[in-house]
Design a protein around this ligand. Structure first.
Ligand code: 13P
Length: 266
């Protein structure tokens, strides 16, 4: 098992990555990692997540109460949102919250990410719904997010940003990267006259490949079996129904996507 100091270093590295990639401005964003059922590491409130060192990282219990914090550091003001995810998703080991420009623009415009436009996004993310607006740091955001947790691995937060979670810190971060990339492509395609969506048959083929590879996490490929063709056909992803099983590894998704593209070309 990776020691705790290493995990703190990894949280700092991911913080730097979200900051360097413009997924957060100034002191925005927060990251947490589950150590065990009652111990979690999280970023402190009110600091730039791009310039943290391991001594910045706080330790909290499952209610978000401080177990350990150096100097004047206090846990993220959004710790309740993180804890709500862990409570409802025992498979989740890490949560990332950021304000990436394109994804947050969709969250502000009230447009969920439901259009099937590229294999990677369909396989790795499925759909990304929008949780109703809540005042930051209150229970309003956890309450709004809760109903989506059993069915999705990423959620937009209305007029605020995005939340992703997975079975490792890197996988949770990769979900955020995939989500932002998907949002950027969708934005650009809309500006170019509108995307040519993948057909229901093509989406079904991608879901089948996801199932064959046994990718973990909550995804319409697992939720919609026997129901509608896909979550993409449900309209807005506001109706969540069914269950699924962790997270897509980046290399695996790339390998699958290659296979899909090859088979689509036949
Ligand atoms: P914290 O610095 O308290 O984690 O808050 C940042 C943020 O993005 C709130 O939404």
């Amino acid at each position: 098992m990776v020691n705790e100091y290493e995990i703190k270093k990894q949280i700092c590295e991911i913080g730097k990555r979200i900051y360097d990639r413009g997924m957060v401005a100034a002191n925005d964003g927060n990251i947490s990692v589950k150590i065990n059922d009652n111990e979690f590491l999280c970023t402190p409130t009110g600091v730039s997540k791009g310039f943290m060192t391991p001594d910045y990282i706080c330790r909290v219990d499952k209610e978000g109460n401080v177990l350990e914090a150096n100097g004047s550091f206090k846990p993220s003001s959004e710790i309740k949102m993180h804890m709500r995810v862990y409570k409802h998703r025992p498979d989740v080991k890490s949560v990332v919250h950021a304000h990436p420009i394109y994804a947050t623009s969709f969250a502000i415009a009230g447009i969920p990410l439901t259009q099937p436009i590229m294999p990677e996004a369909v396989i790795a993310l499925g759909c990304v719904p929008i949780a109703e607006y809540g005042t930051p740091s209150t229970n309003e955001i956890p309450d709004a997010v809760e109903k989506y947790l059993p069915y999705f691995d990423a959620v937009l937060l209305a007029n605020h940003g995005a939340l992703s979670f997975s079975d490792s810190l890197l996988a949770a971060y990769h979900k955020m990267e995939s989500l932002e990339f998907y949002a950027q492509l969708l934005f650009n395609a809309r500006a170019l006259g509108g995307p040519k969506e993948l057909s229901d048959e093509q989406v079904k083929g991608l879901y089948e490949i996801r199932r064959q590879f046994g990718l973990k996490g909550k995804h319409p490929a697992d939720i919609c079996v026997g129901g509608k063709n896909s979550c993409h056909a449900c309209g807005g992803c506001s109706v969540a129904h069914g269950v699924g099983g962790g997270a897509a590894d980046g290399d695996l998704v790339a390998a699958i996507t290659k296979k899909v593209i090859e088979s689509l070309g036949k």
